[in-house]
Design a protein around this ligand. Structure first.
Ligand code: HAM
Length: 415
């Protein structure tokens, strides 16, 4: 092949390659997600990334922008329309509806899927992201709304965030729907109204005011002082539980048409990352797509990309260390079998070890270990073979320790 014909090493635009350090961060996120969700009484489920396209097209489940412009939809070999899931909520609603008789309610579920949206890649927005989904089904109590927000709050704490680092803004679809009814807004005006509210923070105040007066919504009806009853109850419960950073914000709408009650969005308060981190809300009718008797749900989705930005601006990213704790360099290629034997012995004792058998200069072997960020190195040379004593070097500090073969695993297992 000429140079021109070579394939690009770039991934498909907006999807993710996870090199070991990226994968380690994703593992840190998922481990924390799992620990917190399980501690709060939620259990894990999973599903395929492929769904029939109609799941997102059906009335009630739709967000027009998402369905028409942001889904990856294709025909399978049998001519069926298939979509790569753009979110998990329709999937979990389908799964709950399918087994409604066997499942016990209230049902607390969580999952950590990757989801795909055809969006313009930008800061915090990619075409593929991993999203923790926490959902509670079968309870109309506002305690359920408070509980899922509590899970969100616990997660932020588990990642090392202080309450002043983020704010939880609650809105109410019930309140907005009542307002729309009271003001007799047409369907078109209601859509415009909700869309404008959603974009309020991103537009000049006078433009928003003008648009509201054009639609006929008095601004005082959107005052943060007039807290709707559902939001007020949830805020009270949260406050009893020690959540001090939750507030009512009448502009919180959330994009999906299926939300029907309290909705919320968590914002970063950092000046360099002043944006929405994640959100969710109550959806009463989504399972009605499958069944006449709907099961109410409330939950949220938290993405890995926005979380990474949050942790990064606050210096809360964990430092990477590879699982491999020891790198064995080999002074002479004749000794490779001996080095492999030492490695196998240590592995059997529970130590993660890799051997350099590439017959390079010792200095190059050490460089490789440093590149991989492996914390310790030892050299197998003829002296070590004869004496059975090894010098273990800490590659970060340069400190060395002489240890008998039998002492090695104790050293590593007690790090
Ligand atoms: P959503 O607001 O569309 O809600 O997404 C939830 C979170 O996923 C966002 O706040 C953000 O953290 C992340 N996210 C969304 N789109 C992208 C993107 N293109 N790139 C990176 N991250 C992204 C939902 O998906 C609802 N289904 C959540 C839910 C669960 N509601 C109730 N239960």
């Amino acid at each position: 092949m000429s140079k021109k014909e070579k394939l690009s090493v770039e991934s498909y635009k907006g999807v993710r390659d996870f090199y070991p350090e990226d994968q380690a961060f994703l593992q840190y996120l998922t481990k924390t997600y799992r620990q917190v969700a399980e501690r709060m009484g939620y259990v894990e489920y999973h599903a395929s990334v492929l769904e029939p396209a109609e799941l997102y097209k059906s009335k009630g489940a739709d967000n027009e922008e998402l369905v028409n412009e942001q889904t990856y939809t294709f025909l399978d070999r049998g001519g069926r329309e298939v979509t790569l899931r753009p979110e998990m909520t329709p999937t979990v609603a389908r799964m709950v509806a399918a087994k409604r008789r066997e499942l016990g309610f209230p049902l607390r579920l969580f999952s950590i899927p990757n989801v795909f949206r055809y969006e313009r890649p930008q800061r915090g927005r990619l075409r593929e992201h991993w999203q923790l989904n926490v959902d509670l089904f079968g309870s109309n109590s506002l305690a359920a709304d408070a509980e899922v927000i509590m899970v969100a709050h616990e997660l932020m704490k588990a990642f090392g965030a202080q309450q002043s680092d983020f704010v939880i803004k609650l809105g109410s679809r019930t309140f907005l729907n009542t307002l729309i009814e009271e003001l007799s807004l047409s369907e078109q005006d209601s859509k415009r109204f909700l869309g404008l509210l959603d974009r309020r923070a991103k537009m000049p105040a006078d433009e928003f005011t003008a648009a509201m007066s054009d639609i006929g919504v008095p601004l005082e009806r959107l005052s943060p002082g007039a807290v709707p009853e559902d939001v007020s109850q949830v805020l009270d419960t949260l406050s009893v539980l020690g959540v001090e950073n939750a507030v009512f914000d009448p502009s919180i709408v959330r994009g999906f048409a299926y939300y029907s009650g309290v909705v919320f969005e968590v914002f970063d308060t950092h000046k360099d990352n002043n944006r929405a981190l994640f959100g969710g809300g109550r959806y009463d009718n989504l399972t009605a797509l499958f069944d006449d008797e709907p099961i109410t749900g409330v939950g949220f989705g938290m993405g890995d990309v926005t979380m990474h930005d949050f942790l990064s601006v606050r210096g809360l990213l964990p430092t990477y260390t590879p699982p491999t704790k020891l790198y064995i360099a080999v002074a002479d290629k004749e000794l490779i079998p001996h080095a492999l034997g030492v490695a196998q012995g240590l592995r059997a004792e529970g130590v993660a070890v890799a051997v350099d058998f590439c017959d390079k200069k010792l200095s190059d072997q050490i460089k490789t270990a440093v590149k991989h960020k492996i914390p310790y190195l030892l050299v197998v040379g003829s002296n070590e073979v004869t004496s059975g004593t090894f010098v273990v070097r800490n590659l970060a500090s340069g400190a060395e320790e002489s240890l008998k073969r039998a002492e090695l695993s104790t050293f590593f297992l007690h790090l």
